[in-house]
Write a protein that binds this ligand. Sequence first.
Ligand code: SF4
Length: 982
Amino acid sequence: MSPDFLNSLTEIVKKHPLEEKIFIVPSKRDGRLAVEALAKENTPVVNVHSKTIEELVKETVYWKLLRDGKKELPQEAGRQLVYKIMKELQAANEFEYFSSIKLTPSLSESVYRAILDIKRSLGDVTSLNTSSFQKVEKGEDILKIIERYEQSRIKEGYVDRADFIKEALSDSKTALEKQVFVFFPHDAYHPAAASFINRYTDKASVYAPGYSNLKNTEQNRQMISRDSVPAEVTVEEKMVQHKGDYSLKVAFSAEDEVNQILSHLKNENIPFDQAVIYYPNANTYHSLLYHLKEKNGLQVTFSEGVPVSYYPSGKMLFAFLDWMKSGFTFKNLERMLQERSLFEPEGVSVKKMLRILKNHGVKKGSSSYRRVIERLEETGEYPELKSWLASLFKLVPVNSRYDTVTSAQFLESMITYLKNWVRPSGQDDASCRSHIILMIEQVIPHLTYKGKAGEVIAQSEFWFSQMSATASMPKPGHLHVTPVRTSLYYHFKHVFIPGMTNKNIPGSQKEDPILLDQERTAIHHFMMTSAEHIKREAWKTASIVTCLKGKTHFSYPLMDLANNKKATPAYAFIQLYRVQSGNYEATGEDVEKALTNASSFVNEETSKVSESSWWTNVLFKNGRLEKTFYNNELFAHLLQGNRAESLRQKGELTPYDGHLNKQTALLNPLVNDQVVMSASKLENLAVCPYRYFLKDILGIEAEEDEEEDRYAWLDPAAKGTLLHAIFERFYQYLYDEGKTFQADGTMEWIEPIAKTAIEETRTILPPPNEVIYELESQEILDACYIFLKLEETFSANRKPVHFEYDFGFKERDSVSIPVGEKGTLKLRGKIDRVDKLPDGSFGTVDYKTGGTFGFDEEGFFNGGRKLQHSLYALAFELLNEADRPVVSAAHYLFPTRKGKGEQVMRKFDDQKKAELLQIVDHLTAFIQEGQFPFTEDPNDCKFCDYKPVCMRHRYDEDLVQEKLAHPDTEGAKRLREVRKYD
Ligand code: SF4
């Protein structure tokens, strides 16, 4: 707290020792801090109370309103009411300006804030008119929202924060003459609140002491005008006065700044409770200190608490919402259970539980879990897991995001979940859990919103993401942490202000997107604008920087690691440096240069308080990597990583580029008959041998795309499986019935087959809603129609004789393809259909449910990338060798909207057969040689799932080509040969 302000308070308190003194404070915390500061200075604090303006307002009219049957509208209920109103107006096409805007919880929050601001400025909203807005349509829309809001509020008997002020303004009650009021500087200015407080304190004694008498800064407008004290000194003069009281430091990162603070406290033997940290940027310093608290048991108190999502209970709440939002995906449940904060079924570990669910085919959708419950009920297996799942789904208020639910109902379930399912990790976590429950319980009776579960989840998520828990006053033995914006009234001997970058200090304020500054001024000339906010922040920074008592330590980080950007010091920091160094011309760069000697990535000082700093210090002594350290076998993997990185930069194929140096006997299908290949594996090998190495040799699974399409039912794979099943059943039906394909009437045959298959799929994979189900079912039926149209011409003169002709699966033998002198290669696969052609030969058919990209007529083998057609043709001949069948063609059919009913034909003859065998020979050589180079063509990488592992794109293209051209790269030579087969 500034000494000037504290002196004024002391004088007032001493002047009125027995009268009731009321501090009008921005928050209760400020009042308590001021009283503590007075007590620390041995000023007798008798008959002093702290009240916010809101409390004074409520004291004046609360009972009157209660008597009239009015209820207070909680903030969250008000916001949801605005959301509901906006949704209704949008649906009824009553909006002009907001007609196509995406309605989100944060938009409704901004609109609700704007409504309250307008009400607190005008008192009576009926005087608001559209001329105050930049666009008339915007004004009209806002007036419509306000009108509906007021109607609903009045009908339900609610009063919001602005109504309280309005009521209090019209009340005649005033403070007593003998009461003494002391007005503390406030951040916000509301005209109606200003009128009230001035009227209310009219007869009493009122003081409004100045916080800092600085000449060149101006505070924002205050609701009670400040006692007129002439400005005394400039900011610079104040800095000079305090020159010896502050220190300036630079650290590499925000984390290092925090470590510097801790090591300073340790080295100087400063007790934690004599120090405070004012942080400018909530996310970085706040979360760093929270994690130190959790990980190292650092005793810290947070003035504003920490977001509930930091605590395990909060995390479990968000994980539960995510699970519902995802449509109950197995992956999300897995994530939730792996946090180990849920009560588990007795005797069934998380691992086991997940395995059982996976084995039962649970992927997504509440019905897939319900089926497991039924199945376990039938078999009597794992009764604990069955009841665990059953109770979980009893608790879940919705089956899908499209169910309708009320906010109140939904939040009730969240309470039960938190109370009965979430296991708090400690005392603070238990407080966080209780806090969330309490907040929900207070709001539930006032919620009226009813909507689709997806929306209700989003509303709840938004609300929870704004909640903080475990806020605390400074405590003995604890380091206190508070944002700069609430730091005016603290009274500590040692103050640390990290994060003094030009981005953080004084900070920025964007214009309110709902009420622009110009509109605010037009609504009421004293309504707060973004310019006022900026002025307030600048004043606060100047006050804090210059009015501190005791030792103050300012610092800033050289790097903003989150954005990987260099940071520059704040103007205030540069000024402090100029004053301290006497170099009044110093620039930001000069400051950095002068102060960075003491700071570098390796910092011996902070290694005493930080584990990571200790490690860095050990590893990088003298700024150089301490290689001898690696020789300890515990860190051999680090050394290996280092070696891999440098070898990958060599212009040859190394063990880290897929060079196994012939040690591949076990992997080689020509040697090990347990290795069975498939057409897709061979194609993968041909597209990029390195990808084959990653996928089929190292067994690395590509990360699944977790982005889920909320408006889709079947993913491409499921759609493909369904269509294949329909086409197979259709031809099997014709075959069994002895029917032949006819242009007319066949839709009547295929339609019931398709509908049955669709229904079957539905029971396994429930659709998100009926509309999407209908749309996608129609898409399947359309594909059937395209298929029939295609078949009309395609099947003329040919007779389908085999359907889903598989080999190498279950009891069916795989086919052995001869590979020159080397041996044979076992192949498995499934041919969608085999037709008998008029000349007695056969034609294989493969249905493709995607587009025709990569299947152009010219590219027969497409450099080895397309082999399936010929491999299946050859396989059919070999499998039926005894009958000497001849396959003369292979067809790809594209019977979907995406494939536009196209067909692509590949002739098959002895020459193609010979070429195919050559390609297979080259491909097996990759495995035999144990060389799996990258593809030479970066176009193959465009849609590759292995990019994050392979990192080819991080290499210089010249280096890749150098590796491929190296004389010892046998694999690359083979790849060049394969590419010759167009
Ligand atoms: S990114 Fe390119 S080089 Fe790497 S595995 Fe994929 S296809 Fe091969």
